[in-house]
Design a protein around this ligand. Sequence first.
Ligand SMILES: [Zn+2]
Length: 101
Amino acid sequence: MSIKEKIKNLFKLETYINLNVLKEKVIEDMWPHFCTMENVDMYVGKGEACNWCGEKEKEFLLSERDRLTKESARQETEQLIIMEMELIDEENAPEHSGGRG
Ligand SMILES: [Zn+2]
């Protein structure tokens, strides 16, 4: 498997895990909401907007997706750096069949 494929698979896995976490957070008929108007964590009924700030579930999901995507992207970059370093190490590793000497 090429380095690029490895990274692609890692990114897929991260996205999958994040989506499952998001699913777990959304309980039946409710969606989680941190209200910036009241500074409280609460649940709002499905299809309803927050009574205080008027935020809708769709906005929550979009912002949450955005946040998780950014997190994944950051982790992906870290993985990319680690893999590149490993690749450089491999390239610079002494060969058994070295013709020196
Ligand atoms: Zn609110």
